[in-house]
Design a binder for this molecule. Structure first.
Ligand SMILES: Cc1ncc(COP(=O)(O)O)c(C=O)c1O
Length: 371
């Protein structure tokens, strides 16, 4: 969609990352780190100062206690952390459950390691797991389940009950959890509940986070994995030989900049304003906004004015109406059909407004043709 958007000069709200820079003070802190000589390999688990920031984030913002020395490893982004955790757990023939629609690295990572992917659909509009089905499908042969909460692309956020239910199921069969929580601090109206706060999951989970998502610097590829000391040992055995260590000046700059946690506290209100701009600009159109409790993605439902496929609609919106969105079907592996497109609202305010206006106009035109 981005290639097409560039070809036709469309406003692009398809790509899942900000179109604005990280804070200047952070960029300066990273530059200063280079000037100050932070240019050689960092320690394998990550700079302790940054691991302390991670622990402090969990303690102060998510009410979980984490030991920075033994339970936090800095990784080259969330995707690498997910692969590393899987490599620490999964061998040929092991079953790993994922929920569709899923971030696109999960299944290929499991397959690369010789595992077998077991897929369970998350159904619209809530995109929460059907716990009865999960219970039936997680067997003693299931080595791990990968969850993504808050969820890309739906914006669903699990309740404490959801997390506790997963805990009871996994504890019953001895299944591990890889919890992709890269949007953990981006929630609206519903708080994020980390698996680290659930006693039944605390010692059987690898929790993945990404500074790219939290500080508008996805291209820096710095993330973290938090797990019990025992699981962290296993994680680091793999991390040491896949990644060894992570960009030192970025780690040092992040540690300096994030010490007060202020910018992390400001993140959700900052993005909520953008969510509201999108809502306002779609007002009066034929799109139906789905509930978005978290992430910077908004699903918008086209059922009232379009009968074709999501891919065809997304193409038409890009080429004819000058606004690029993301169809959902590429996120899933089966025929399940939703009637929504994904909009990323981590964009400059005027871009969101323009995209919303174009989307609104398109819905009205297509709606009138449908009648
Ligand atoms: C659900 C989810 N997990 C992981 C990632 C990747 O994080 P990173 O860029 O730190 O590898 C993304 C990025 O879009 C994502 O949406």
């Amino acid at each position: 969609m981005t290639a097409l958007a560039q070809e036709v000069g469309a406003v692009n709200v398809s790509q899942g990352f900000p179109d604005f820079n990280p804070p200047e003070a952070l960029v300066s802190a990273v530059s200063q780190a280079m000037i100050d000589g932070f240019n050689q390999y960092a320690p394998m688990p990550g700079l302790l100062s940054l691991r302390e920031v991670v622990a402090s984030k969990y303690h102060h913002l998510l009410s979980c206690h984490v030991d920075p020395e033994t339970e936090v490893t800095i990784t080259p982004g969330g995707t690498a952390a997910i692969f590393t955790a899987l490599a620490a757990l999964v061998g040929p023939g092991d079953r790993v459950m994922i929920f569709d629609p899923a971030y696109d690295s999960y299944a290929p990572s499991v397959i690369t390691l010789g595992g077998t992917v077991v897929r369970l659909p998350l159904n619209a509009p809530s995109y929460l797991p059907d716990w009865q089905r999960v219970k039936e499908m997680i067997t003693p042969d299931t080595k791990a389940v990968i969850i993504n909460n808050p969820h890309n692309p739906s914006g669903a956020v699990w309740s404490a009950d959801d997390v506790a239910t997963l805990g009871a199921i996994c504890d019953n069969v001895g299944c591990y959890v890889i919890a992709d929580e890269v949007y953990d601090l981006i929630t609206f109206e519903k708080p994020h509940v980390s698996v680290l706060s659930e006693p039944l999951l605390r010692n059987r989970s690898f929790v993945i986070s990404s500074f790219g998502k939290l500080i508008h610097a996805t291209g820096w590829k710095v993330g973290a994995c938090v797990a019990s000391a025992e699981l962290t040992k296993e994680f680091r055995k793999v991390h040491q030989f896949i990644n060894f260590s992570v960009n030192t000046p970025a780690q040092q700059g992040l540690a300096t900049f994030l010490q007060s946690l202020q910018s992390l506290t400001d993140l959700a209100p900052f993005l909520n304003k953008k969510r509201m701009i999108l809502e306002e600009s779609l007002h009066g159109s034929l799109w139906k906004r789905r509930v978005c409790y978290g992430t910077y993605f908004q699903l918008i439902d086209y059922a009232d004015f379009w009968d074709g496929t999501d891919v065809d609609l997304a193409r038409l919106l890009t080429t004819k109406y000058g606004v690029a969105t993301i169809p959902l079907s590429p996120f899933t592996n089966d025929e399940q059909r939703d009637t929504a497109l994904r909009v990323c609202f981590a964009k400059q305010d005027h871009i969101i407004r323009l995209a919303g206006e174009r989307l609104a106009q398109a819905s009205l035109e297509l709606g009138s043709q449908k009648v």
